[in-house]
Design a protein around this ligand. Structure first.
Ligand code: FAD
Length: 478
């Protein structure tokens, strides 16, 4: 079977949704293919186990290999990561973007050209601050930081707080791609094919002629289809985009430089109740140590608490009965290791090798020390220990000893921010795509997702993915 489109967009996360939306609104014939299924935004409660089953790749069980394995999470559904994330929004620092420009020689990447794209993203994807104060976990983070003399800030989100009753929208207001840019793309005539995985791109010299896909049928079978296209945008995310490019024969600087934000999460138990899940994700972050180091709190439902309580196994049931006194807190750093992404033959899974470097361990240790100090200052009785088999931390001395010598290979490290596996820029020696995402050596193959970042944005990345994707697709449209 063969189908046709002017523009084939592979992946419907923030990068793909922005690409498809603006191309369709400019009158192009657009086909979006997405490996995951279409699940309406309210098909499962936010941050629930049902949501993980529906919308996460492998239910969230993906790991990198290296001295320390890092669990990484990706969305696999219409809307990609935007359907499952906390939706925290930042513009990166101007100095970070200037460093990117220098590092890989990106044309037309100054503040004047980028600012309108961030402004459009903030408007079109509804970036908002909470209209009615912040919940108890955020207040606690503020209090602890205040005791330490550190600054905190409420982070705006891709979220709508409109609706009935007090605190409306806290758990239901996520403005993901499936409720913002994808409906716009469809209204402008784009076609969407969920449960359709691109196996490889088809090539004729410098031109890509289309792709071979495998699609789920209504009868539960899989069928192979060839899609012919004039232009192709690959927006499959920072792990899957380089996999697809490499499977299709594009290997120059592809999949050799994955970067991420390693995170350590711990639980902290307090004397009084501080956890109220009806507030959703706590949106306060300590910004005193940014851009290298971010401290914050996470959504702390009972299943999430059970996941991050670490070594307190014996006491878990008793601890969980007391869940309102316990919250999850995190340290996120800018990682320095570069990861390699390869396909494992005969298995539809990638092999991702990435070192957690000595510098990363030192930064995580510093972060853990500061986070622990803040939590004790806010009244914590005990902190969970992220090291395998480690005992709960109850004193400043125990905290310092832990932070000084975090051990390789024995800690629960995870990440939700991945990028930089197909870097962009004019310097072909270090990049895989040009300044606007066109893959070197091709006329009509583009990448437009988190893979393009030359390095970490040092903040939550979705806003930058959207702004850069907007810039690139408008350039393509002329
Ligand atoms: C749990 C979690 C929490 C997060 N929290 C935040 C946050 O608060 N703020 C923030 O800024 N960022 C956050 N992020 C990160 C953010 O979601 C990502 O940076 C963003 O989604 C990346 O967009 P993307 O378009 O590059 O790729 P993705 O969102 O990963 O989209 C890629 C899409 O392509 C599809 N795909 C992959 N391979 C194929 C193929 N071969 N064929 C067809 N389709 C394919 C995938 O199924 C997926 O839907 C979080 C991420 C997670 C997982």
């Amino acid at each position: 079977m063969t189908e046709r489109a002017d523009l084939l967009v592979i992946g419907s996360g923030p990068g793909g949704a922005m690409t498809a939306c603006l191309a369709a609104e400019a009158g192009r014939d657009v086909l979006i293919v997405e490996e995951g299924a279409f699940w309406p935004i309210d098909s499962a409660p936010s941050f629930s186990l049902a949501e993980m089953d529906q919308k996460y790749r492998n239910g969230g069980l993906n790991v990198t290999f290296g001295g320390t394995s890092i669990t990484y999470l990706e969305g696999r559904c219409v809307g990609g990561g935007s359907e499952i994330n906390a939706a925290l929004y930042h513009r990166p620092l101007a100095s970070t973007l200037a460093e990117w420009r220098e590092q890989t020689d990106i044309e037309d990447f100054g503040p004047d050209s980028l600012t309108p794209h961030f402004e459009a993203v903030e408007r079109d994807c509804e970036v908002n601050l909470l209209p009615y104060g912040n919940g108890p976990a955020s207040a606690l983070l503020q209090r602890g930081a205040g005791e330490m003399g550190w600054s905190t800030r409420e982070i705006a989100r891709f979220w709508s707080y409109e609706g009935e009753g007090p605190r409306a929208g806290l758990l239901t207001g996520r403005r993901s791609m499936s409720v913002t840019l994808i409906p716009r793309a469809l209204a402008a005539g784009a076609r969407l094919s969920p449960q359709t995985r691109v196996i490889r791109l088809l090539r004729n010299g410098r031109r890509i002629t289309g792709a071979v896909v495998e699609r789920g049928t209504a009868e539960g079978h899989r069928e192979r289809v060839t899609i012919e296209a004039r232009d192709v945008f690959v927006c499959a995310g920072a792990v899957q985009t380089p996999r697809l490019l490499r499977r299709s024969g594009f290997t120059h600087n592809v999949g050799n430089s994955l970067q991420l934000h390693p995170m350590i999460r711990i639980t902290a138990r307090f004397r009084e109740d501080m956890n109220d899940t009806s507030w959703g994700v706590p949106t306060e972050q300590v910004d005193q140590f940014k851009p290298g180091l971010t401290l914050g709190c996470s959504y702390s439902s009972v299943p999430h608490l059970a996941l991050w309580m670490g070594a307190e196994l014996g006491n878990k049931r008793a601890q969980l009965r007391d869940w309102k006194r316990t919250g999850i807190f995190y340290v996120a750093v800018v990682g320095t290791g570069l990861g390699k992404i390869r396909d494992i033959p005969l298995v539809n899974e990638p092999l991702v090798r990435l070192p957690l470097t000595a510098a990363d361990l030192a930064r995580l240790g510093e972060g853990l020390l500061r986070l622990g100090q803040l939590l004790f200052a806010a009244g914590a009785e005990a902190l969970s220990n992220p090291v395998e088999g480690g005992q709960p931390i109850r004193t400043a001395a125990e905290l310092e000893a832990l932070a000084r010598a975090l051990p390789q290979g024995k800690m629960a490290v995870s990440t939700i921010h991945l990028f930089s596996s197909v870097p962009m820029g004019q310097n072909e020696a270090v990049t895989a795509a040009d300044s606007h995402g066109r893959v070197h050596g091709t006329d009509n193959l583009f990448v437009n997702d988190a893979s393009l970042f030359p390095a970490s944005p040092a903040v939550n990345p979705q806003g930058t993915v959207l702004a850069v994707a907007r810039r690139n697709v408008l350039h393509w449209l002329g």
